[in-house]
Design a protein. Structure first.
Length: 138
């Protein structure tokens, strides 16, 4: 398999195997007008298997989405074919309009312009709750 190197862009590495497509969808990568490679089930000494996403464009990525889906991934920024910065992503304390409240009685159901805000309430079990009604995110 041949995946070209990127000269300017982003590599999302150390994604837990099987979560690459979810990140692809939540980040809206299908809407980009550049090359995007999703590599699934790559051998990893650290994880056993992992997914990798390569984006051949210098775009802003939503770090809170990445941290929600798979805390522990690495973001590698590539400029002129060289690694210029490497970031480790953790779980965000707050999510805004990343996930949506499923409670039909929540104020976000009736107030359409209100942001869906979730706060991390249990880091160990990765539990987020709606800021308005305390409903647990699925």
């Amino acid at each position: 398999m041949n995946i070209d190197a990127i000269s300017n862009g982003i590599v999302i590495d150390h994604i837990t195997a099987g979560r690459g497509m979810k990140l692809y969808e939540l980040l809206g990568l299908g809407d980009l007008d550049c090359s995007v490679a999703i590599i699934k089930n790559v051998h990893s000494n650290k994880l056993g298997k992992k997914d990798i996403i390569k984006i051949d464009a210098d775009i802003p990525v939503k770090l809170d989405v990445i941290g929600y889906v798979d805390p522990g991934v690495s973001i590698n920024l590539i400029r002129d074919g060289k690694l210029v910065e490497k970031k480790s992503i953790g779980m965000p304390e707050t999510l805004i309009n990343v996930i949506f409240c499923k409670n039909p009685r929540c104020i976000t159901s009736t107030e359409q312009e209100l942001n869906h805000v979730f706060r991390l309430t249990d880091r160990q079990n990765k539990i987020y709750r709606c800021m308005y009604c305390e409903t647990k995110a699925n």
